[in-house]
Design a protein around this ligand. Sequence first.
Ligand code: DGT
Ligand code: CA
Ligand code: CA
Ligand code: ZN
Length: 566
Amino acid sequence: MNKNQEIAEIFDKIADALEFKGEDSFRISAYRKASRILKEYPEDIEDIYKKGEIQKIPGIGKGMAEKIVEYLETGKIKKYYEVIEEIPEGLLQLLEIPNLGPKTLNLVYNKLGVKSLEDLERVIENGQLVKLFGMGEKKVENIKRGIELYKQGKERIPLGIALPIVEEIINELKKYTKKIEPAGSLRRMKETIGDIDILATGENNNEIIEKFVTLPFVKEVLAKGDTKASVIVKTNNLQVDLRVVPPDSFGAALQYFTGSKAHNIKLRGMAKDKGLKISEYGVFKGNKKIAGEKEEDIYKTLDLIWIPPEIREDRGEIEAALSNKLPSLVEESDIKGDLHVHSKYSDGVETIQEIAIKAKTFGYDYIGICDHSKTSKIAGGLDEEGLKRRNEEIDKINENIKEIRILKGMEVDILADGSLDYSDKILEQLDFVIASIHQGFKKNVTERIKKAIENPYVDIIAHPTGRLLSGREGYEVDIDEIIEYASKYNVALEINCYPDRLDLNDINILKGKAKNLKFALGTDAHNIGMLKYIKFGIGMARRGWLTKNEILNTYDWKEMPLRRKR
Ligand code: DGT
Ligand code: CA
Ligand code: CA
Ligand code: ZN
């Protein structure tokens, strides 16, 4: 955990404590905002401090800057100890329970002495809670449900699981609607999704809602009204909210429910400064509605060009749009090939020929076959002899198939001492080389990757942090140092598109972009059904503000700025 993260977490805890104590919301939001800025800030805060530039970080005010400096100099923030002094340990963790807010927590603590989850369950069970002033059956029911969700460890769902569900829902409801589109974090292509938000407009609201709540994969209907319904679907107990809006509000609703919240809050402030009011129904000047049907028009009323959903995170996109400096983000149609695909020669399912045929349906000009190297024995890693046979087969197919070029790549293991699994003489015969950490996740990973980067035949580092969204934490690696080093040696870092990886993620991509790093998209497909995962990688790239010239896959093979060609 770097200092940015450490300080951000302390700020979050201070905000929780202040909220618990019922302090004014202005101070609370100042801490929350500073925390978020720190978590997402692409550079190490210690470096900024050394340059004396803490106060220049956009959004960090004087008071917060002083606390950051205090932590960097003394290792703690006095304010934190002040605010938590009278609060029992562990109590504030209960705020993670959905439907249990700081006011209620304060009430149950002060009136009923609740200090833990067990205490809370007890006062629900014995009826003490429902008798408290201002509580009532309904509220208690909601808290009970919240506890259930909390216990299930209701985790965020990977985008790769959520997106197909949404596509299915939209497909089923299309014939009953005029327009239907996903909003929320899913439309922003966040790597994980809390719940799914869908917007629709049509002739018959009741019919749309009715069809939605009776879809075959709906497990439970949480709420059902005239314009809105919420359900739990069978896959991963994911919650889906559908809102049906009038056609002349569709654009405004789409904008509002796409978020992010931080992006919207900023827009609302701008609208206010112009004497306008912005809501999910439209943009209003007094009582007159001046926009609402089209999303683009919402931005237009604020003198902004339309901002792609993937970057609506209040990370400078509004400022960029104001000064006409929005980057032109990479698009699916820019991608000319996949640079990380396994064939039957190692642990992939299909032959190289079969992969080539499938890749053509994506409109690709080339496909990078990367099998495992010899140390990855369980993954069918190739020894020098096997590699030679594979390369000969690729040559033969390239002779016969002219529409797509098969590149001789390899995913080569980085060994314990940082050397590679093949000699330079072997590596030299390949079109490009991806180097990977596949074992020793805790053993000098940073140094080993740096050594691999120094090898002149390495063009790309695969899944640079090693984290899996399903749980594995990743290697013990200093990713900032790797980004710096890769950039210096013109080695690209991979955006691994496999939905459980998405590695690098948006934050690390932004860090790399700031260092002029090049990126490579690879699906890591082990069967041809996985080639479609490229869209998740493109989503990440767009969230990281990447333009096409920063991504190897957008170049013709001959022009690709690979490290070995420089
Ligand atoms: P998630 O579901 O946690 O992955 O993230 P989102 O971004 O989908 O958040 P969600 O589902 O709570 O709300 C959907 C969008 O609705 C959100 O991105 C922005 C908008 N929204 C929700 N609550 C507020 C709010 O209090 N103020 C504003 N301005 N917008 C909000
Ligand atoms: Ca959502
Ligand atoms: Ca929602
Ligand atoms: Zn691989």
